[in-house]
Design a protein around this ligand. Structure first.
Ligand code: NAP
Length: 330
């Protein structure tokens, strides 16, 4: 497995990570035994960058990953997140909390559930509009000094917030949605800011939440409790327009002899050596398909054809319903 440097402090990770969220939340039924096998296979293949969060489950995804880490801790760069507020019973409140006392409580909970002494990469999952980011990253800097956390990150933050966080306690990674289906970071200043500051960039949902696999053709392909049913991208006219974009991408994949998922991942990987996507899957077969994308090179002509097929802004519909859009930091 190829490796990539993430951020300016010397952290190195596999060029593709594994997103673990769907193993415990949001995308319909899951099976811990199947997810455990997928996690083990990922490590066998050299995928060493695992992405979880306290809010996935909540809590159950960290416990699942922790069980795998119990025997293989040294192979893994483990990333988790805090900030989508959980109450004392572990239920999501719908608020975002970046207050220092909440950060301290969260890190101790994650360490305990993961069974770790130190978290490799700790992200603020969403920016708290009511707590200055300097306060949040002040306490995060203390946690690094205390040895509870190695590296710091932030998710879905504006360029200004990224700069303020980074100047308080240096960032290693910024995580934001980025795929052929969601290209906002190219022109909202986020990619420009991380590049100027030397921070690594971790695209989440690099398969467009599974859409770019070409396997999702109707809202009925989602189970009744699947979060994607509420996404504007998968509603009515938006869905129909997005399928037109998708079909052009699928045609390019077919002509290259790769799967649509592989083409989508190869495209993200081609955006720069500072980019480390974290596709999510519960299934070993999909994992193996996705991992093979690391070795797929796209020529300049192929990149131009993809650009023409799926230019920035081609996707119809917001990427979250209004409640989710409100938690994004602009
Ligand atoms: N920071 C944030 O706010 C945030 C938000 C969302 C996600 N994330 C992180 O990013 C990770 C990845 O994002 P994501 O899971 O939302 O979206 P994604 O990686 O774009 O897509 C995942 C979906 O694609 C399917 N899939 C994966 N590989 C496939 C393949 N080869 N063929 C067909 N289907 C395939 C998966 O289903 P199967 O499981 O059935 O394979 C799953 O439904 C998450 O796991 C999470 O760790 C972070």
């Amino acid at each position: 497995m190829k490796k990539r440097a993430l951020g300016p402090q010397g952290l190195t990770v596999s060029a593709e990570g594994l997103g673990c969220m769907g193993m415990s939340a949001f995308y319909g039924a899951f099976d811990d035994a199947e997810s455990t096998a997928t996690l083990q296979r990922a490590l066998d293949l050299g995928v060493t960058f695992l992405d979880t969060a306290d809010a996935y489950g909540p809590h159950t995804n960290e416990r699942l990953v922790g069980r795998v880490l119990a025997d293989r801790r040294d192979e893994v760069v483990l990333a988790t997140k805090f900030g989508n507020e959980l109450d004392h019973e572990g239920t999501r409140t719908g608020q975002v909390n970046g207050r220092p006392e909440y950060v301290r409580k969260s890190v101790d909970g994650s360490l305990q559930r993961l069974g770790l002494d130190v978290i490799d990469l700790y992200y603020q999952h969403r920016v708290d509009p009511d707590t200055p980011v300097e306060e949040t990253f002040g306490v995060l800097g203390e946690l690094v000094a205390e040895g509870k956390v190695r590296y710091l990150g932030i998710s879905e933050a504006s360029p200004d917030t990224i700069r303020r966080a980074h100047s308080t306690s240096p960032l290693t990674a910024v995580q934001t949605e980025y795929s052929l289906f969601t290209r906002d970071v190219e022109d909202d200043g986020v990619l420009a800011a991380v590049r100027e500051l030397g921070i690594g960039f971790v695209p989440y949902s690099p398969l467009g939440r599974g859409f770019l696999s070409g396997k999702i053709r109707s809202i009925d392909d989602f189970e009744s409790d699947d979060f994607r049913r509420s996404s504007p991208r998968f509603q009515g006219e938006n869905f129909a327009r997005n399928l037109e974009v998708l079909d052009r991408v699928v045609a390019i994949a077919e002509s290259k002899g790769v799967t649509p998922s592989q083409l989508a991942l190869a495209w993200v990987l081609a955006q720069g050596e500072d980019v480390v996507p974290i596709p999510g899957t519960r299934r070993t077969a999909n994992l193996e398909e996705n991992v093979a994308a690391v070795d797929i090179e796209l020529t300049a002509d192929e990149l131009a054809a993809i650009e023409e097929a799926a230019p920035a802004g081609a996707a119809a519909g917001e990427r979250y319903a209004p409640q989710g859009m409100r938690t994004l930091n602009h």
